[in-house]
Design a protein around this ligand. Structure first.
Ligand SMILES: *Cc1c(COP(=O)(O)O)cnc(C)c1O
Length: 401
């Protein structure tokens, strides 16, 4: 399909596969975050590893305090397109990148005393605030060990036993990141644990960073409890408080638009779409989870499971003959490239468009070209309509190899 520059599309005409991020939906999230900033005086940074669509940075920077980065490249992107504060945390920095990082960042967080010792002389010569990431060993999430920095043997952060209170000259803040898609009750639990272990250190610090994983813009999020957590930390220890959510910034603000390429049958009807779970939404397989699909009546099961296990669906299918079950999968060679099983109230046909929800976060930043798959275009919907911001082709595949 032809993509003309400056052309305005709608959801029925935008070329697929395509990410569409909506300005109005982003603004809804940004208003909520700005309100937390206004009520508490905290700093809220965009965690770019979750959402780096820098076309939106001019808008985001009107509401948020700056960006945080996982390393040099994200830090440069934030500095260049977002401005305001630039923070960085990495489990380990490279010798050949540290000078540039120290020049462009306002805060740098080290993951170990060994990293602090290695780079502190350089850091102290620059106008940059240095912090240490602590590991309070306070797990508040179940199930997803790969998303739990407090899981046993974790390499993320310094535990209290290993925290060298004699080596803090030049350190002005502490950082913890222990949450993932969580509410503020878990933040409260974590803060209690941090205070129990590190209260003496907090008294000597200027700032604390609560990390990310705060699902602030989710409907059921308890903002009052978050506000209390921030204000108490400020009052009790006189600290500046930083939060660095990724998901909360662009939660439910973007979609992946796909087209059905074929429909086959093998005990279940299967629609093959031009979006691959493996290449375009890898968290579907990695996390794993099944994305919401606008056109479906409901989700049946996570990709890879068979619907036979789901008795409620079987009986639903028997009662309602018009309900149609489809497995939706990608075009790659990976047998497990399955997005999920869904129930529709009609037959699908080749050429139908499917709209996967909540695809701004962690999908766009994680795409890959396995199988030589085309990368989804990136589009932005504002008051005028949908505009293509980026499109990709053969050269993008070739240039990485
Ligand atoms: C992943 C991460 C974030 C952002 O987490 P979200 O779950 O996207 O809010 C922030 N800080 C650090 C150190 C992280 O690793």
């Amino acid at each position: 399909m032809q993509m003309e520059k400056g052309k305005i599309y709608d959801y029925n005409t935008v070329p697929t596969p395509c990410f569409v991020v909506e300005e109005e939906l982003l603004k809804k999230n940004l208003e909520i975050l700005k309100n937390v900033i206004d009520r508490t005086g905290c700093h809220i940074l965009l965690a770019q590893k979750c959402f780096s669509m820098y076309h939106t940075y001019p808008l985001l920077s009107k509401y948020l305090s700056g960006t945080t980065a996982s390393g040099l490249y994200e830090a440069k992107l934030g500095k260049e397109y977002f401005g305001k504060e630039t923070h960085v945390y990495s489990a380990a920095y490279r010798d050949d990148e540290i000078d540039e990082l120290l020049d462009i960042c306002d805060h740098i967080v080290f993951n170990s005393f060994s990293q602090w010792n290695r780079f502190k002389d350089k850091a102290k010569k620059k106008d940059i605030k240095c912090g240490l990431r602590i590991n309070p060993k306070c797990s508040t999430q179940e199930g997803h060990a790969i998303y739990d920095p407090c899981a046993p043997y974790s390499r993320m952060g310094i535990t209290n036993e290993n925290f060298d209170r004699e080596n803090l000259e030049g350190i002005s803040g502490l950082h913890f990141h222990t949450l993932c898609e969580q509410n503020s009750d878990d933040l409260l639990t974590t803060i209690k644990s941090v205070k129990e272990q590190f209260s003496d250190v907090l008294k000597e610090m200027e700032w604390i960073n609560f990390g990310g994983g705060h699902h602030i813009t989710r409907k059921d999020y308890d903002i009052e409890c978050l506000v209390d957590c921030i204000n108490e930390m400020k009052e009790e220890y006189g600290l500046e408080v930083y939060l660095e959510p990724g998901e909360a910034v662009a939660l439910d603000a973007g979609f992946m638009i796909s087209t059905v390429l074929d429909i086959v049958s093998n005990g279940i009807d299967i629609a093959i779409v031009d979006t691959s779970a493996a290449c375009h939404m890898p968290d579907v397989i990695e996390m794993p989870y099944t994305p919401q699909l606008a056109e479906a009546v409901r989700i049946v099961a996570a990709g890879g499971e068979t619907y036979d296990k789901d008795l409620s669906v079987k009986s639903m299918m028997e009662e309602q003959e018009t309900f149609k079950l489809y497995r939706i999968g990608g075009p790659t060679c990976l047998a497990g490239d399955v997005i999920g099983d869904y129930i529709f109230d009609r037959d699908l046909k080749i050429g139908d468009r499917l709209t996967f929800k909540d695809m701004a976060i962690y999908s766009m930043v994680k795409t890959n070209t396995f199988n030589g798959m085309r990368l989804p275009a990136i589009a932005y919907k504002d008051k005028e309509g949908i505009k293509i911001i980026k499109k990709f082709g053969y050269e993008d595949f070739k240039n990485r190899l």
